[in-house]
Design a protein around this ligand. Structure first.
Ligand SMILES: [Fe+2]
Length: 244
C-alpha cells in the first residue's frame, strides 16, 4: 500500500515483469558486449522481478550490416543456452531504424522484419532528424499486417511538447513505447516532460528499459515515478505482460 503522503513511488516497487525493449543480446550492437555482462544484467533484473524479455537489437544495415533478421536469429539461438538456469524467458525481435530504404526490406512481405509477439514491429528514428518516410512506412507496415510501435517518442527532439505530431501517428495506428528512464530525466528535461505529458494523455501502449549496459540498472533501481502517473504506468505494465 502506498502512503497517502508520499509524492513519488519507487519504480522497483511496481510489478514490472516483462521488458519489451533491450540491447541485452551481446555482441551485436551498441548494447551489451559480452555474455558475462548480459548474464549479470539478467540476474540483477531478476532480483527486481523482471523475468521476461523481448530482446531488440538495432536493425540498421548502414551501421550494423550483420544484423539481418536471420543473422540475429542465429546469434540468439547460439547465445540462448547460456541463459539456462537464469529463470528468465526470452523472445527475439529487433529495433528497426526507419532509414531511407526502410520500405525496400519488405518488398517480399513481412520477412524483412524481426517482430515482437503479436506481429508488432519496433521502429525508431535518429533523435535529431525525422525520417522523411516515417508516415509512409507506418502506412505500409500496417498494410502488410505488421503493427508499428515507435520506440521512445519522447526522446525525438523534433516532436514538440504539444504532442500534435505524436497524436497524428497514434491516429495512423502507430503504437508508442515509453523508455522508463525518460521518467528519471536520464535523457534530459524535455524528454522527461514529454514522457509525463504522454502518460497523462494515455498515448503510450508499452514501457521498456532500452537497456544498453549494467550502469542503467542502478538508474532503474533508483527511478521514482510521480504518484499521479502510477496508474498510467501500471496500464503499460499490463500491456507488456500480455505479450508473453
Ligand atoms: Fe533501443
Amino acid at each position: 500500500m502506498f502512503s497517502f503522503f508520499t509524492k513519488n513511488i519507487r519504480f522497483k516497487d511496481l510489478p514490472y515483469r516483462t521488458d519489451v525493449h533491450s540491447h541485452i543480446l551481446p555482441g551485436v550492437d551498441d548494447g551489451f558486449r559480452d555474455i558475462e555482462s548480459s548474464r549479470t544484467a539478467v540476474s540483477m533484473l531478476g532480483e527486481m522481478g523482471l523475468t521476461r524479455f523481448v530482446l531488440t537489437p538495432h536493425i540498421f544495415p548502414e551501421l550494423y550490416p550483420a544484423n539481418t533478421p536471420d543473422g540475429i536469429r542465429e546469434r540468439f539461438a547460439s547465445v540462448l543456452p547460456q541463459f539456462d538456469g537464469s529463470g528468465a524467458e526470452f523472445r527475439i525481435a529487433g529495433e528497426h531504424m526507419v532509414h531511407e530504404a526502410f520500405e525496400d526490406a519488405f518488398v517480399s512481405g513481412a520477412d524483412g522484419a524481426l517482430v515482437m509477439p503479436g506481429n508488432q514491429i519496433l521502429i525508431e528514428m535518429s533523435y535529431a532528424f525525422i525520417s522523411r518516410n516515417l508516415k509512409s512506412s507506418i502506412f505500409y507496415l500496417n498494410s502488410i499486417g505488421l503493427k508499428p510501435v515507435l520506440a521512445h517518442p519522447e526522446r525525438y527532439v523534433f516532436y514538440s511538447r504539444n504532442l500534435l505530431e505524436i497524436r497524428t501517428l497514434v491516429e495512423m495506428e502507430c503504437r508508442m513505447q515509453l523508455n522508463l528512464l525518460s521518467l528519471g530525466g536520464h535523457y534530459g528535461k524535455t524528454a522527461k516532460e514529454k514522457a509525463e505529458l504522454m502518460l497523462e494523455n494515455g498515448l503510450y501502449t508499452y514501457a521498456g528499459t532500452d537497456l544498453h549496459g549494467i550502469s542503467q540498472i542502478a538508474m532503474l533501481e533508483n527511478l521514482e515515478i510521480p504518484k499521479r502517473l502510477v496508474p498510467a504506468v501500471e496500464k503499460l505494465i499490463e500491456a507488456n505482460d500480455s505479450l508473453f
